[in-house]
Write a protein that binds this ligand. Structure first.
Ligand code: XIL
Length: 662
């Protein structure tokens, strides 16, 4: 139901009094996806509404600029880029709840990049979480920063703040809001993925807050293993030379241990998320292929692996020792990273040798993406063959499997697996997700039903393939737990993606059923996606173009409605409704009404705009299918939820007139 939440947010914001307030709406149905606003600062009352600076900068109410209304907050006298407006949200933000924070920013003069962050302190130690990264801001217009934030641990200090990246000019902020969609309990009555897929352990990558509240329950219910998504990378564990810190990873590791989850260690050596000091020579210059630089870099590498792998000992049973070393656009297949440029292939040899010494119990993997692409696969195969022949202790090949609903084919994926069988090593699927997008230019605010269906087929077919190779595949890990937290929301472009088995409210998707019980997936022909419907302008069954001149109707035409359930699975279903004009006058717009008698709820609809109040549903035509000539018809589709029974509605009206039910 796309239109409803937006209207509801707008209504809520309008209703909020002008002062800085913390609003908690108590009476809220647990399954209602309408966001609840917990803070709003509009600076319309002439005060700073609780905001202050982060140090000695001046914070004042201002009428020089306003995003909405007549007031904003002005921060001046900044002497460092990190200084900026900040608000206490301790007691406002609860642990484990994902808040969407939005702030409008405008420079008073000049331009810079602005960031939105949260500072939290526990036991007197501060940590800084970026909510929205560098975003260009100027004095010419307001810029919105919106991001999601989930507090993962207990704190004694919690403030949101805006800072800039380089200059110290004055800046305005306005119309700040934070809201959340109430969590739904996880579904406990459905099979656990790990109980259904028994050929190998199944895991999920997590990036922090997935170990608290409902996320933790979902993780425990469905998965055998966990991969810290960022917490074991070099920038997290050794941010400056020989200064090892495990503040990010230790809570995840403790959780894994307490909950009997195996851990994949990701990753010891990569070209990304590695601090620049690593590649800076003793002379302060970027390293080059000299003997001194090579020696220093390999020594740093050895020191890093010795410390990190030793810190966790046998708690980590598998390590991605090196990550993404192949570049198939190079004729030799070797990625020209700083690692390679300075040491050749010796960084890989050193990494595996040291990892084996420090973690002799652990499976040691070489991990890469697009290994289903023949050229990449073959370079990886050749490299592993060569290194293994030299005695480099590589135990496993990790296939990341960041794929999408259209790509790759099962055949190519099977060739990827069979290629490595002669090497007699383990294979692991390490970072699987299935994007709903097939190009960088697509952008859906809500995942279209046909993409989710395709995705379910992909998960079904890929898991069926993996399960054919139980002797080779020793684990399958998904790169995330649920669609509310996926790296694909910002990669390769910023847009909402939905690549995992559980939706943004942690409920099982068709993708989940694709893995767990494909007989429960929708089997009728794919519905058309909203974008496909829009691009055809008119539904194929409408016989006039939107511009055809028809005489307006007051809605007295006779009508016929066909309501079909085209697919059904536990808790969800897909429907199709045909609206026919059987009268003698053309309709220039239609409103279809019915009552659900089984407590069903529409969750998404294409080809019209739905409003549901309790059992009563009203669907209004989309812009392109409102014209229904006499004898014409149009069809729209929807997804809904149900429990118990899912009866077909008995009666329909179009523009207030009762229709024949066909
Ligand atoms: C991603 C993380 O999920 C993001 O949070 C981070 O910002 C960038 O890295 N291949 C890998 C993973 O091996 O480490 C990457 O993880 C995704 C691509």
């Amino acid at each position: 139901m796309r239109a409803l939440p937006r209207l509801a947010i707008a209504a809520l914001l309008v209703a909020i009094p002008a002062a800085a307030v913390t609003v908690t709406v108590a009476a809220h149905a647990a399954d209602d996806p309408t966001p609840i606003t917990v803070l709003t600062s509009d600076f319309e009352d002439g005060t700073v509404q609780g905001w202050s600076g982060r140090s000695a900068e001046t914070v004042a109410h201002s009428t020089a600029q306003a995003h909405g209304g007549t007031g904003s907050l002005l921060v001046s006298g900044r002497t460092a880029a990190w200084q900026g407006p900040s608000l206490d949200v301790l007691g406002t933000f609860e642990k484990g709840t994902a808040y969407t924070i939005s702030v409008w920013v405008r420079m008073a003069s000049g331009s810079d990049n602005a960031r939105l962050s949260v500072e939290r302190r526990a036991g007197g130690v501060a940590a800084y979480d970026q909510v929205v990264g560098n975003t260009a801001v100027t004095s010419g217009s307001w810029v919105n920063l919106t991001g999601r934030y989930t507090l993962a641990s207990d704190v004694e200090f919690l403030r949101v703040y805006v800072e800039t990246s380089s200059t110290t000019g004055s800046l305005h902020i306005d119309d700040v809001t934070a809201s959340y969609v109430p969590a739904l309990p996880i579904q406990t009555g459905i099979p656990s993925v790990k109980d259904v897929v028994t050929e190998f352990p199944v895991g999920a990558a997590i990036t922090g807050a997935e170990i608290v509240t409902e996320h933790g329950q979902l993780l425990n219910k469905h998965f055998d293993s966990v991969t810290p998504g960022n917490a074991l990378k070099w920038d997290a564990t050794e941010p400056s030379e020989n200064n090892f810190t495990y503040a990010q990873a230790d809570p995840l590791m403790a959780y894994a241990k307490a909950n009997n989850l195996a851990v994949r260690g990701h990753t010891l050596v990569w070209h990304n998320q590695t601090p620049s000091w690593v590649f800076t020579g003793a002379d302060g210059q970027p390293m080059t292929a000299t003997a001194e630089d090579k020696e220093l870099l390999l020594a740093r590498l050895e020191n890093h692996i010795r410390n990190v792998a030793a810190h966790y000992g046998t708690d980590i049973g598998v390590w991605d020792v090196v990550n993404e070393v192949i570049d198939e656009s190079q004729s030799d297949g070797n990625r020209r990273s700083s690692w390679y440029n300075v040491t050749g292939l010796d960084y890989i040899r050193t990494a595996f040798r040291v990892a084996r010494e420090v973690a002799p119990h652990a499976k040691l993997c070489i991990n890469d993406y697009n290994t289903n692409v023949a050229a990449k696969r073959d370079h990886l195969f050749n490299l592993v063959s060569t290194l293994k022949a030299e005695g480099v202790p590589i135990d496993c090949v990790g296939h990341q499997m960041h794929i999408n609903v259209n790509w790759p084919t099962i055949a190519d994926t099977e060739s990827m697996l069979t290629k490595f069988i002669p090497l007699n090593i383990d294979q692991q699927i390490t970072e699987m997700d299935v994007s709903i997008y097939t190009s960088n230019s697509e952008n859906f605010t809500t995942p279209p039903a046909d993409r989710l269906l395709k995705q379910a087929y992909v998960y079904r077919d890929m898991f069926a393939l993996f399960r054919k190779y139980p002797a080779e595949i020793t684990s399958v890990t998904l790169w995330g737990l649920a669609d509310d937290n996926t790296w694909l929301d910002t990669f390769p472009v910023t847009r909402k993606d939905a690549p995992l088995l559980f939706d943004t409210r942690l409920q099982a998707k068709q993708a989940y059923w694709g893995v767990v019980d494909p007989s429960k997936i929708e089997t009728s022909p794919s519905p058309s996606s909203p974008s496909a419907s829009v691009s055809t302008s008119v539904s194929p069954s409408v016989s006039v173009s939107p511009s055809a001149s028809v005489s307006p109707s007051t809605g007295t035409s006779a009508c016929a409605v066909t309501y079909r359930i085209t697919g059904s699975w536990p808790g969800g279903f897909q429907g199709e409704v045909k609206v026919g004009n059987t009268g003698t006058t053309a309709l220039t717009g239609w409103n279809l009404n019915w009552q659900f008698t089984g407590g069903q709820k529409i969750t998404q609809l294409w080809g019209g705009s739905p409003v549901q109040t309790g059992a009563a549903v009203t669907v209004t035509n989309a812009s392109w299918n409102g014209n229904l000539p006499a004898g014409g018809s149009t069809t729209f589709g929807f997804l809904g939820s149900w429990t118990g029974t899912n009866p077909v509605p008995a009666a329909f009206t179009v523009n207030g007139t009762a229709c024949a039910v066909l």
